[in-house]
Structures are given as C-alpha cells and as structure tokens.
Write a protein that binds this ligand. Structure first.
Ligand SMILES: NC(=O)c1ccc[n+]([C@@H]2O[C@H](COP(=O)([O-])OP(=O)(O)OC[C@H]3O[C@@H](n4cnc5c(N)ncnc54)[C@H](OP(=O)(O)O)[C@@H]3O)[C@@H](O)[C@H]2O)c1
Length: 295
C-alpha cells in the first residue's frame, strides 16, 4: 500500500513512518528539509519537498503544522501556526483534486483544542466547538481537510489529545522538572488533561485508514482523561519523585502569554466514536502508559 504523509518527520509522523515501513508499506513524505527528515526517518522512505513531486497514493495522512507549544503566540507566530496548517492542507486538497484517481482516504490531524476550555463537561465528537484562538484554528483546519470529500475522498479528522511518549511532545518538556522533583500541578490543577499514548495514535491512524466506514471527526484521547493534578501525581509516582510545586496561573501567563491557555484551560474529552466502533486501546490507563514510556 502506498502512503503520502505530510509532517512525517515529526513526533507522531516519525513513529507512524517506522510502523508503516515495518509493515512493508511504500511511503512518500513531504518535508521542508530533506536532510533533517532523513535523519528522523527509517531507510526506504521517499522524501519530496513539493507536492508536484509526489506520486499518487491511495492513503494520505496530513500531520504538518508548526509547533503550537513552542514560543509565545505573537501575531507573526499565530500567522505561522495557522498558515502551516491551513495552507498546507489547502495545497494538499488542491493536489488531491488534480489526481486522475484520487486517494481513498485523507486522515488529517486536528486537536482537542477544537473544543476550547470547557471545565468538567465530558466532550464527545458531537460537542460544540470552542471560541478561543486554538479552537478557531482547529475548526478552520478541519473544514479545509473536509473539502477533500468533494473529490469523493473519505476524510477522517483526528482531534488529538496530548500525545505521550519518550523523545518528544509534552512529556519531553515536563520530564526535566519532574525528574528533579520540581514538578507539580499547573494553576488550580483541576483542569482536565486528555492524553493518549503515541502507540495508540499510530494504531488509530492505521485503523482509520483501513476501515471503509470510518469518516468524520474522531477524538484521539485515552478513555480515561485525568485532571492536571492527577497527571502530575501519576508522573511523579512513575519517577519516584514528589509533585509538590504548583505553578501558579499568573506566572504561566506572564511567561507564556496567550499560549498559557493550552495549560491553564483544558478539556475532558472522551473517545466516544473509537470506543463505539471497536478500536482497542493498548494504553487505556495513564499509569500503564507512563510505566511503558518511562521503564
Ligand atoms: N503531539 C501532540 O501532543 C499533538 C496534540 C494535538 C495535535 N497535534 C497535531 O498533530 C500534528 C503532528 O504533531 P507532532 O507532535 O508530530 O508535531 P511535530 O513533531 O511538531 O511535527 C510536525 C511536522 O510538521 C512539519 N512542519 C513544522 N512546521 C511547519 C511549517 N511551518 N510549515 C509546514 N510544515 C511544518 C514538520 O515537518 P518538516 O520539517 O519535515 O516539514 C514537522 O515535523 C501537528 O499538526 C500537531 O498540531 C499534536
């Protein structure tokens, strides 16, 4: 099977590419910097720097996007965060339109930020979108991906929670402080953190690609979201360290500006559709996921 992947060199993409190469799939990855991508990807992946070079593929996975959690959200950075998702997805849809035989499926990333900050309300895929910057960005990103349906392509929009694994993502940012015993809850600690093990993300992407009846929005989060304070306790316990130091909301806002919303806000997301449609999580519980990652 042939795959075209954008953002394949990233934290999620590189794990997906490893799994696909191991399964014997043929991969083309769209990357801005082939040397950087080559170093992160297994042998046998074909790299292209523009869609014009990409051969037709029945399965397209769209993961590209400038990192939301890096650097303050200045107006320039907000434009970059947006363009790196919306323009890339638009270009991908235009490429799909030009194909004599369009792909079977487009699996396109989005995030649980779609729902905005929502207190304790459990959120399945039918919940209304939020209204903050990240929510509007996710809504527009999904709408752009959905446009590929016009070409007869099945579109799965993945609302990813906080993806956990070693070597990147949110854990890489938290681990140094927690390993020193300087970790702890953020703000009130009562805000929800919807997490998922990277292995389950890879499995869910392949599941969406394979199932002819999978389409629309899917929450990619473990079935048991936790509060931020529970997360801090679980991580500290897994590292045999205390989790006593609380980072107050005002300090985060001072340090991170509007981006602090990612940590202070939160959403209690449930993967209702994956569970109803029979997806089996390898890591439904946070303690098992952390034990696997930190062993
Ligand atoms: N990791 C999470 O916890 C999480 C949670 C929710 C949603 N997501 C979403 O899932 C997608 C993949 O996540 P990830 O953690 O794998 O991200 P990542 O490690 O930051 O990788 C994203 C990839 O996107 C490409 N990219 C970065 N900046 C770009 C730009 N300005 N223009 C075009 N392409 C750019 C890069 O590929 P090249 O440098 O090779 O071009 C990069 O490898 C992202 O869109 C992210 O927003 C991730």
């Amino acid at each position: 099977v042939r795959y075209l992947i954008t953002g394949g060199s990233g934290f999620i993409g590189s794990a997906l590419c490893r799994a696909l190469v191991d399964s014997g799939a043929e991969l083309t990855v769209l990357a801005r910097d082939p040397a950087h991508a080559r170093a992160r990807l297994p042998e046998g992946v074909r790299l292209v720097t523009s869609l014009a070079e990409a051969a037709p593929a029945p399965i397209v996975v769209n993961l590209a996007g400038e990192n939301l959690a890096q650097g303050r959200w200045s107006e320039t950075r907000k434009r970059l965060l947006r363009d790196s998702r919306i323009q890339t997805t638009r270009a991908l849809c235009a490429w799909i339109e030009r194909q004599a035989s369009p792909p079977r499926v487009l699996v396109s990333a989005s995030a649980v930020g779609y729902y905005g900050a929502r207190g304790d309300e459990p959120l399945d895929e039918d919940a209304a979108p939020g209204e903050d910057y990240a929510a509007r960005l996710c809504w527009d990103w999904e709408a752009q991906a959905q446009a590929a349906e016009r070409c007869g392509v099945r579109v799965c929009r993945l609302r990813l929670g906080v993806v956990l694994d070693r070597g990147g993502g949110a854990l890489a940012r938290m681990l140094p402080a927690f390993r020193l015993g300087l970790g702890g809850p953020v703000a009130s600690g009562r805000q929800w953190l919807s997490w998922i093990h990277r292995a389950d993300v890879v499995a869910a992407i392949l599941w969406c690609a394979d199932r002819d009846d999978a389409r629309g929005a899917y929450n990619l989060t473990a079935p048991q979201p936790v509060t931020n304070a529970e997360f801090a306790r679980a991580l500290a316990r897994a590292l045999h360290r205390p989790a006593l130091l609380r980072v107050p909301a005002f300090a985060l806002k001072a340090a991170l500006g509007e981006m602090a919303q990612l940590l202070i806000g939160g959403q209690r997301v449930v993967p209702a559709r994956l569970l109803a449609e029979g997806f089996r999580f390898s890591f439904p519980r946070l303690s098992d996921a952390l034990a696997d990652i930190l062993h």
